[in-house]
Design a protein. Structure first.
Length: 267
């Protein structure tokens, strides 16, 4: 099997081999990971420490705690310690992992997307470059204290796609993920999964907290962010998602994230 990068998938190592935070007793450690060297899918696992997943290039999708998150620019996905999760990355992905000891700083107890300021991003990357151990009072130790203080101040972003293990909702989610341009209505999906429209409408809200229309728009947003981060054009993403025009897609994107796709991904 040949990956998009042209490298045999059998020769790419699981990243867990080289990035094991449990070996550290420091309040925080960071790593850079280039997935041209590692397998693109990280199976479900968990860490004792909390983990912040930061995308430096490309995109990563995290699945955990009944939700799915895309890691867009200027954000990171926070996964508390002990929460089972899995990651799927694009072939061009370069990530940074920040692992934080449970009692080092007060951070959310649930998975979420956090904004990451330019200063915080640079401090995480600086920490990732530290090869040796550090002490609380040396230069790196002081950097880590400021880093964790800044991380605790970062606001949450609403970039989660709620997922459900209910077989009928999971069937719809799998079909739309595989073919996001499928524009069947709620009534047509209800017929597809052998339910009444009213029952499916109620089940969707019960399982995800969103109406079917809002849930599908959030799915479109997650897919759009992933594909645009992978290098796809706005025109292609718009077409793949079944929008009648590029303008309609841009309107949806701007309504959700406050800016156009081009400006959102501008460096």
């Amino acid at each position: 099997m040949i990956s998009k990068s042209g490298q045999s998938a059998r020769t790419r190592r699981p990243c867990s081999i080289d990035f094991d935070p449990d070996r550290s007793d420091r309040p925080a450690v960071a790593f850079r990971v280039d997935f041209s060297d590692y397998q693109a899918e990280v199976p479900q696992h968990q860490h004792r420490q909390g983990q912040l997943v930061l995308a430096l290039h490309g995109a990563v999708t995290c699945t955990a705690a009944n939700g799915l998150w895309i890691v867009p620019p200027d954000c990171g996905v926070w996964i508390p310690g002990g929460v089972p999760h899995s990651n799927q990355v694009t072939s061009n992905a370069r990530l940074s992992y920040l692992f934080v000891e449970p009692d080092a700083v007060a951070l959310p107890r649930e998975c979420c997307t956090l904004s990451v300021s330019p200063m915080l991003r640079e401090m995480i990357l600086r920490l990732a470059d530290v090869q040796a151990s550090y002490t609380p009072d040396d230069h790196v130790g002081r950097l880590v204290r400021v880093l964790l203080d800044e991380l605790a101040l970062m606001p949450k972003e609403g970039l989660e796609l709620p997922v459900s293990s209910h077989p009928k909702i999971a069937m719809i989610a799998a079909a739309l993920t595989a073919e996001p341009g499928d524009r069947r209505t709620l009534a047509e999906w209800a017929d597809h999964v052998a339910m009444s429209e009213r029952s499916l409408k109620r089940l969707m809200v019960q399982e995800t907290g969103l109406t079917f229309g809002r849930w599908r728009r959030q799915l479109y947003l997650v897919i759009a962010l992933r594909e645009l981060a992978s290098g796809a054009t706005v025109q292609r993403v718009s077409s793949d998602l079944g929008y009648e025009s590029v303008t309609a897609f841009i309107v949806m994107f701007k309504k959700a994230l406050g800016t156009t796709p081009t400006r959102y991904f501008a460096t």
